[in-house]
Design a protein. Structure first.
Length: 438
């Protein structure tokens, strides 16, 4: 008779919480490797064993960590492309990127190669590359801003870099020191920022997209043994002020975007593609995005791919800013979400109570029926701070107040202005990281 053995220590924890425990362990291992004396991993940090030796002495080769100081630079012809105006840049069917991109190859046996800054152009992939079949890819999104004081700024880039590490490890892609990724992002911005965000265009921005994809050209469900990091900078339309505010349609009962135990908290492509069908249908009916509900209770989670906030009065008259929590790993820990929460807690203290908890669409509908909703908005990199004017749920509409000017509520306006001031240099703040070398 065959018996199954289970480690005695934490056996129940491993059985019940396997994925999150594995992720926590890998993040801790990466931190240990990054903080080690030699700055290199032993080949196991990313969940891979390199299985190679260097032949004569029988020792495994040194595994290279991501190192921005090794950057190899190949400059593009600065006169080859002109910078379009913002309207032209976002009006076509192709995203317009800047002159350069950064790429860096990883292999399980040797680690990260030297990063390369080179002219923007196509990537080369085999048809059997892991990313094309098994969704082994993740990405980040952040912006660089040309301030009204003439300086270039990134907004809290360290949070994007740390979140990207979590995303890569969640889908068995290689780990890295987030500080090195942040350095590479800053370098790309410093090279292309002066031309593509000229000082004559204060108040403008570019969108920065770092991504990691599995490139091993072998079919089979397995952790990739080869990967590619790349970073691009591009134009993106302004989506934070749709005429009349954003209108939301709640998600259908037969579709869910993210779930507890899934990967909604990681920024992976698998979160986005499956949601497009419902989003297209909602837009065909005159709505901007889906308000994604979760579970039979109908918990409110995200508006499209953005975090969602409601300002309401409780039945006792207290004003609350309410948003879904992070502790169940259901939604994305948005950089703008975190910033909204922190600003509201400090600058609206005593006036508005910030509440992070599960709340249902029935609570929203009831508050709307009773006239207790003050305002609502979505927050994210693309939509920034976008006022919500209506929620449609199962044949019923809830109209959301849009303030005296009819464009957004007063709390939405305050929070949006505070963040814009930091991003564009009207307020000197630690969140606005100045790019010192242009």
């Amino acid at each position: 008779m065959m018996t199954q053995t289970t480690p005695k220590d934490h056996a129940g924890e491993q059985d019940l919480d396997l994925t999150s425990s594995a992720l926590d362990h890998r993040i801790a291992e990466q931190a240990t490797a990054t903080n080690g004396t030699n700055g290199h991993t032993n080949g196991h940090t990313n969940g891979h064993s390199n299985g190679h030796s260097n032949g004569a002495n029988g020792h495994a080769p040194e595994i290279q960590e991501l190192d921005a100081s090794r950057l190899v630079v190949h400059r593009a012809d600065p006169t080859a492309r002109e910078v379009p105006d913002e309207v032209t840049a976002v009006s076509g069917l192709e995203t317009i990127c800047t002159d350069h991109m950064i790429t860096c190859t990883w292999r399980v046996a040797t680690g990260w190669e030297a990063p390369e800054l080179k002219p923007y152009g196509p990537l080369s992939l085999m048809p059997t590359a892991s990313v094309l079949h098994y969704a082994t890819e993740c990405f980040e999104g952040l912006k660089v801003f040309r301030g009204y004081d003439g300086k270039l700024r990134l907004f809290r880039p360290e949070l994007n870099a740390k979140r990207m590490l979590m995303s890569t490890l969640r889908i068995s892609l290689p780990g890295f020191d987030p500080k090195e990724l942040e350095k590479l992002i800053t370098t790309l911005v410093a090279v292309d920022g002066p031309k593509w965000l000229p000082r004559s265009r204060p108040g403008s921005f570019l969108y920065i997209r770092p991504a990691v994809i599995g490139t091993q050209p072998q079919l089979g469900v397995q952790a990739p043994r080869e990967a590619l990091l790349f970073i691009t900078a591009s134009f993106m339309p302004r989506m934070d002020s749709p005429p009349g505010g954003m209108k939301l349609h709640t998600s259908p009962e037969d579709m869910v975007r993210a779930w507890v135990g899934g990967f909604g908290y990681a920024k992976v492509g698998a979160n986005y593609g499956p949601s497009l069908l419902a989003t297209q249908e909602a837009r065909a009916r005159g709505f901007g995005q889906i308000l994604w509900l979760y579970g039979k209770e109908g918990y409110c989670t995200e508006a499209g791919a953005s975090n969602f906030f409601v300002v309401w009065r409780t039945k006792e008259g207290k004003v609350q800013l309410v948003t879904a929590p992070l502790d169940d790993r259901l939604i994305l820990d948005g950089v703008n979400r975190r910033s909204v929460v922190e600003l509201a807690k400090t600058r609206l203290a005593g006036e508005v109570e910030v509440v992070e908890r599960r709340y249902t669409i029935d609570e929203v509908m009831e508050a709307g029926k009773e006239g207790r909703i003050v305002e609502a908005f979505a927050s994210g990199t693309a939509f920034f701070i976008c006022p919500v004017s209506l929620i449609h749920h199962r044949g019923k509409d809830v109209d959301i107040p849009m303030g005296e000017k009819g464009d957004m509520g007063p709390y939405t306006a305050k929070i949006k202005q505070w963040m814009m001031d930091i991003m564009y240099g009207n307020e000197q703040h630690e969140w606005g990281v100045v790019v010192t070398k242009e």
